[in-house]
Design a protein around this ligand. Sequence first.
Ligand code: AMP
Length: 469
Amino acid sequence: MADLRDASGAWQEYRPVQNTLSSRQIRLCDMTFEDLNLNTPLLNALSDLGFTQPTPIQQKVFSVVMSGRDVVGIAQTGTGKTFAYLLPILRQLTFSKQKEPRVLIVVPTRELVVQLVGEIRKLTPYMTTRVEGVYGGTNINTQKLLLVNGVDVLVATPGRLVDLAMCRALNLKYIRQFVIDEVDEMLNLGFRAQLTNILDMLPRKRQNLLFSATMTEEVDEMIGIFFNAPVNIEAVRAGTPLERIEQSAYRVPNFFTKINLLEYLLGADDTMQKVLIFGPSKRMADVIYDRLEARFPDQFEIVHSNKSQNFRMNAVAKFEKGLLRGLITTDLLARGLDVSDVTHVINVDTPAEPETYIHRIGRTGRADRDGMAVLFVTEAEQAAQEAIETLMQKEIPLLPLPGDLDISDQLTEDERFTVPEVQVKLPARPTGAFHEKKAKNKKVNKGNKTKFLREKKYKKPIKKGGKKR
Ligand code: AMP
């Protein structure tokens, strides 16, 4: 079938292919992976995975990366964006005994490093690709040893990467392709300085591939500084929720009633089998966990940045394998992490940033699965809900609270100190004065009283520093 290159070997312009599959499935192109210029080891690996057709972003990114140009991909997780950059990179990677890595992929969290290394291994069982992942929170010396025997593709979190390069355990001089995935999240997490450091250490002649779920000003600025006329490729317009997610919302008076509702729904709905629960903060996530643990012992686990790295990895692995009914977390896991078959995403808080909501609910309804997203909204959070609906250009259907739900009157510290915004309707102001001012209110403010008295005494204006002159 059609090669994307013309007879002279030049790459043809990308022509969009109509999506023929149901919109409730992951969007796939008409073409098959065989139509992309992939090699047999990659085709065999894809076939083992049961993937036959590329997604639109995979098709678009493939030809551009092969042409050597820089790419800026705006793509949410769930669009197939990871394979979109991995396939052309692996297609171009030749066997080498060189110890220094040639491909560098930077991602924001340790979990993503582990996941990405796994994805690369899935694609390379028929290749001799050496792939390693390095991340903070573990012994740096163990990770130095990983690099000793040589690496082709290195996946890293920014901080640990800089540390390894600084102590010369890692040489970045031979990097030919540099991928920054989830760059918006990386900047949110405050990795800007490390990213700049890394970019400064890389050779000038290289290909840059940047992927972000949203295009922020900061991301745009970074592209302007470090990228060379990149090709912009957008998979799903940022803010467009995946169509196969069924969304609903509940208006709930306060946080503790939200926990009651969560407990109620989990008790009543046994289709909630692989549930990702987002809490507003680590402390509140702990509160949610304690309540669920008491009601549903050993069915839930909690993951946030105060938990050790091993604990986090184990909990995510157990959740992924279906050994847990649910995982409670904060926005640490909202992006990137690919856990399959999540049946429900429950937002105990309504995120203030509408994009965060989109990322959270993107954990369900992935690949060809349907998913449910539930949002709990207090009165104070209604503006945030409206912002989400505006971004999606879609209202989230409101469900009534169950009649027998226990409404709590316990308030969190935040709720106690948040004075509800009361709309006070002021009477129309009369246009003229309606009573005579009292004498004390008629006084004119003359400013500095001491100065005024001194000026009165000496009968002339007193200037500051006048004595010295
Ligand atoms: P991503 O957007 O990269 O996080 O990928 C989302 C999910 O889609 C992952 O579970 C992939 O394994 C899966 N996936 C990626 N490419 C394809 C494809 N061409 N066909 C079917 N599923 C895919």
